[in-house]
Design a protein around this ligand. Structure first.
Ligand SMILES: *Cc1c(COP(=O)(O)O)cnc(C)c1O
Length: 364
């Protein structure tokens, strides 16, 4: 039996009765969108991250798009972000009609490099928002990015899709900047039974803008007061599912952290487990870095362990975007894309599976 990168059927089987009960209650209630489950979930998510408000939307990419629209200062038209985070922010920015300025990463945790943010902001006066992605489950240094951005009048948005529940010295992710985006895609640490997303913020103007933008730009029913509106709602069934799962999040994150620690202890000197300790880390993806990736994938294949690459193609090398980013060079992002490898890390892994992965890392 292979050790898989993910296996949703395990948690679905375990939670089956609770999920069906929650969904049946929605059917019986007659509320299908923006009802009591949605309102209660927004409250619970805001409390979890320490923001004054949470607003449900249909996906994490929608959350990014609406957060960008709501925080972009007047007269600005570009977003600065990293190129190693799957392209979600670039997708959202382009859909919002905004340009993208790509920033390099630091070599340790492979997260946004505040020094390179400073370089980009000095070069480009059109940038109005920096998106900080808490990649692989690790909180990035939002305070350092804010310190660089503030003198330029630039807002900061967190992408928390991979790091719900991570905590920093100054508070949980989702409470550290002007706004934050969450995804509840089924494989995320808090997953729905389909798509879902949310925005958290403590800025009253952002709450008002997102509340309008997610429903056609309505300020009041049938009255369009904001341009750029979309239809992006988190439905009652998904909200009820998320409320059922929310109480299990902390234990799942703790288990993810524990598995990552096991891998770190086991790892051969020919690889390193990318920054994976402390409350700042919630183990969304188990990422290792090695100069000998082909040899490592052969070794894992032989041991029956699944692997992946998150992400193989940086944004500026994506076929559809390459022309837009011609001339962009991000040396650390490009080097990391050749060296990273994702190994199984999810709370449903059995102890014998964790041990097998650990042994494979040790014997490489
Ligand atoms: C999953 C993910 C998103 C997008 O979320 P969707 O719900 O799939 O739209 C955005 N950013 C990051 C870092 C993600 O991992």
């Amino acid at each position: 039996m292979r050790v898989e990168l993910g296996d949703l059927s395990r948690s679905l089987a375990e939670e089956r009765a609770d999920l069906l009960t929650a969904m049946a209650a929605v059917v019986d209630s007659g509320w299908l969108v923006h009802g009591p489950q949605h309102a209660a979930f927004e409250r619970e998510l805001a409390d979890l991250v320490g923001a004054s408000h949470a607003l449900g939307v249909a996906s994490g990419t929608d959350a990014l798009e609406l957060a960008l629209k709501a925080t972009m200062p007047p007269g600005r038209s570009a977003v600065a972000t990293v190129a190693n985070a799957g392209g979600y922010t670039t997708t959202a920015a382009l859909r919002a009609g905004l340009d993208v300025a790509l920033v390099d990463i630091e070599p340790e945790a492979l997260l946004i490099d505040p020094t390179d943010v400073a370089r980009v902001l000095a070069e480009r006066a059109d940038v109005g928002v920096v998106v900080v992605t808490h990649l692989f489950g690790r909180a990035a240094d939002v305070a350092a990015v804010r310190a660089v951005a503030a003198p330029h009048g630039v807002a900061v948005v967190e992408d928390c899709a991979q790091a719900i529940g991570a905590r920093t010295a100054t508070g949980p992710v989702g409470s550290l900047a002007d706004a934050a985006a969450f995804s509840f895609y089924p494989t995320k640490n808090l997953g729905a039974l389909g798509d879902g997303g949310a925005i958290t913020t403590t800025r009253a103007d952002v709450v008002e803008a997102v509340a309008a933008l997610r429903q056609y730009g309505w300020g009041a029913k049938y009255e369009v007061t904001l341009p750029g509106g979309v239809n992006s709602r988190l439905d009652e069934i998904q909200a009820a599912v998320l409320r059922t799962r929310l109480p299990r999040l902390a234990a799942g994150n703790a288990r993810r952290r524990e598995i990552a620690a096991t891998y770190s202890r086991a790892a051969s000197p020919r690889l390193r487990v990318v920054a994976s300790d402390g409350p700042e880390y919630v183990g969304h993806l188990g990422v290792v870095e090695t100069a000998e990736r082909a040899a490592l994938t052969d070794h894992l294949d032989a041991a029956g362990i699944a692997w992946g690459i998150h992400y193989p193609v940086p944004d500026h090398r994506q076929p559809a975007w390459a022309a837009r980013f011609s001339g962009v060079s991000l040396p650390r992002t490009e080097a990391a894309a050749e060296r990273i490898l994702t190994i199984p890390l999810h709370p449903e892994l059995r102890p014998d599976e964790v041990e097998r992965v650990g042994r494979a890392l040790a014997t490489f």
